[in-house]
Design a binder for this molecule. Structure first.
Ligand SMILES: Nc1nc2c(ncn2[C@@H]2O[C@H](COP(=O)(O)OP(=O)(O)OP(=O)(O)O)[C@@H](O)[C@H]2O)c(=O)[nH]1
Ligand SMILES: [Mg+2]
Length: 542
């Protein structure tokens, strides 16, 4: 006999036997439930004063018998029935309600969270006779206004609702939506989520940046969701209603990935992945992933892997299904060789090894550096928010061809070029990795290489993309990071870039209010005032 799930404490042996017998019942597949079975669970439920739930598969077999309390049942782990993204679970739930009420919010949450085929509640008369059945299902298409469809209450004679046909048509509609995307199976389809206590505008603009980050990582965006809360939910970040909405939306849009704009602590990460059959990552992981894709040098690669593993370590727990999703990384790009069986100890060992390797690489680099610096040329470092135009400026200034791209974090590895001012003054100009708000701590450490070079700079050029609607926040983020790196003592010129994209009046106004020099890094002819300022600063250091 199969085991019963839920709350069987305090039940008589005879009740338990009757409950167990439900496993032997077979249902005509087109019926939501058979009349006889509905009658029998109503009767027993009435006797024991507890809800009884059945999870029924598409062959009409009863896969789970669940005993609840007076108000609810708790659906057990049904991961045996785990299904592909964009599919339903292959199980419908029929359970009793001891009070005469239709599907509750809890019922609908379960329907959505577990992606059940159908959720149904059976109500009974005061004497325990089967009265009515209420049923609902998830609508497979986000074009509908509501996420659920309710079936009109069914009388005992109306239980043949063409159940299997209904489920199959839902699946067909879902499969149809999925098949659009199957051609491009490699591309992740992400739903972006932000749960914020800040004002809506700030949250929206941060979400926009998250979108740019995701696109830079080669991810397709299928939707965005924002929830403002006075306090974040410590367990799920968002409220239960929003989580439900998220899961349905992910299902309807065939999302393969959820990206959260706020950092998730290890237990939130676990709680959410336990609820959703999808990978869930946060902003930090996304940035780490971009860095992992882009790192070119040996040192860069070691640093990124180290940062990824340090991020992963507290999130590893034994025997959790979410783990494989975590360690899979985006698009299966896990950190280094750790994609396979992974455990904390191996991760710790690997971290130690990486740290040692890094020490070695750094030693070599500092030797090279001391050779390079022999001449003692002044160093001008170009810094700024990612995608501001730093590499473009380096190229135009020094007529070189460093890679530039309209993507966040196009540059990861710093490059230096010589620049000759008139009158034979030579300087070294260095391009650096871009800054971003809330730069992950481990990455900050990881990019010490670049940042160390900044310490030695004689002048910083802070490049600001004034065509970006978020440029004011970006200035603040950059200046905050400079403070954190204790670089505020180095002379700095603020440079407003991409003036070709805004009106001359705007440029004029902003140059004054930010005490900055305006340029278009692509246009050599616009650089003269900046070059003058640079010379002046190098000649007459403060
Ligand atoms: N219209 C316009 N586009 C510019 C200008 N300067 C740079 N860009 C573009 O902005 C994008 C980003 O330029 P990059 O030089 O790669 O920016 P970056 O600051 O080095 O970016 P990361 O290395 O990713 O941090 C590229 O598509 C450039 O062509 C400009 O003056 N005007
Ligand atoms: Mg760059």
């Amino acid at each position: 006999m199969k085991k019963l799930f839920g709350n069987i404490g305090g039940l008589k042996a005879s009740h338990i036997r009757r409950l167990e017998k439900f496993y032997r019942r077979r249902l005509p597949p087109q019926f939501l439930i058979s009349f006889e079975l509905a009658r029998d669970i109503s009767k027993l439920s009435h006797e024991i004063r507890r809800q009884i739930g059945l999870l029924i598969n598409r062959q009409g077999k009863i896969a789970y018998v669940i005993v609840g309390d007076y108000q609810r049942i708790v659906i057990p782990d049904t991961s045996d029935y785990r299904v592909a993204p964009g599919r339903l679970r292959g199980l419908r739930c029929v359970h009793t309600h001891l009070v005469d009420e239709p599907l509750t919010t809890d019922d609908l949450t379960d329907l959505a969270l577990l992606r059940l085929d159908i959720m149904a509640a059976i109500t009974m008369t005061e004497t325990g006779l089967f009265h009515k059945a209420y049923a609902g299902y998830i609508l497979p298409n986000s074009a509908y206004e509501k996420p659920f469809q309710m079936i009109d209450p069914l009388n005992p004679g109306e239980l043949n609702i063409g159940c299997l046909d209904l489920i199959q048509s839902l699946e067909t509609e879902l499969a149809h939506a999925t098949s659009f995307h199957e051609a491009d199976i490699e591309t992740e389809r992400a739903l972006l989520v932000s749960v914020t206590t800040e004002d809506r505008q700030t949250a929206l603009s941060s979400l926009e940046e998250l979108k740019d980050l995701a696109i830079s990582s080669g991810i397709e965006i299928v939707g965005k969701m924002l929830q403002s809360r006075r306090k974040v939910n410590s367990k799920f970040l968002m409220g239960p209603g929003k989580l439900q909405e998220l899961i349905i939306s992910a299902l309807q849009k065939c999302a393969t990935l959820i990206i959260c704009d706020q950092d998730l602590n290890p237990s939130q990460m676990r709680s959410i992945t336990d609820q959703i059959d999808l990978k869930v990552i946060d902003r930090t992981q996304l940035i780490l992933d971009i860095f992992a894709q882009r790192a070119q040098t040996k040192e860069g690669k070691l640093q990124v892997e180290l940062a990824q593993l340090k991020y992963l370590l507290p999130r590893l727990i034994t025997k959790n299904t979410a783990m494989s999703r975590l360690t899979g990384g985006i698009g299966g790009r896990g950190p280094g060789e750790t994609k396979l069986e992974i455990n904390r100890r191996r991760v710790r060992d690997r971290i130690k090894r990486l740290e040692n390797d890094l020490l070695l690489v750094r030693k070599q680099r500092s030797q090279q550096k001391s050779k390079r610096n022999k001449k003692g040329l002044p160093v001008i470092s170009i810094i700024g928010y990612t995608n501001a135009g730093k590499s473009t400026l380096l190229n135009t200034l020094t007529k070189s061809r460093v890679h530039t791209e309209n993507r966040l974090f196009a540059t990861l590895d710093p490059s230096s070029r010589r620049l000759k001012f008139p009158k034979d003054i030579e300087v070294i100009v260095t391009d650096t990795v871009g800054f971003i708000k809330n730069l992950p701590k481990d990455l900050m450490v990881a990019f010490r290489a670049t940042l160390e070079e900044l310490e030695g700079a004689d002048l910083l050029l802070h490049i600001i993309d004034i065509s970006n609607p978020r440029f004011k926040d970006q200035i603040k983020s950059v200046e905050k990071i400079l403070l954190e790196l204790s670089l505020e003592g180095i002379p700095l010129i603020r440079v407003l870039n991409k003036i070709d994209l805004v009106s001359p009046e705007t440029t004029e106004k902003l140059s004054r209010s930010f005490d900055a020099t305006a340029i278009s890094a692509r246009e050599e002819s616009t650089l003269l005032p900046l070059i003058e300022k640079m010379k002046e600063s190098i000649h007459h250091p403060l």
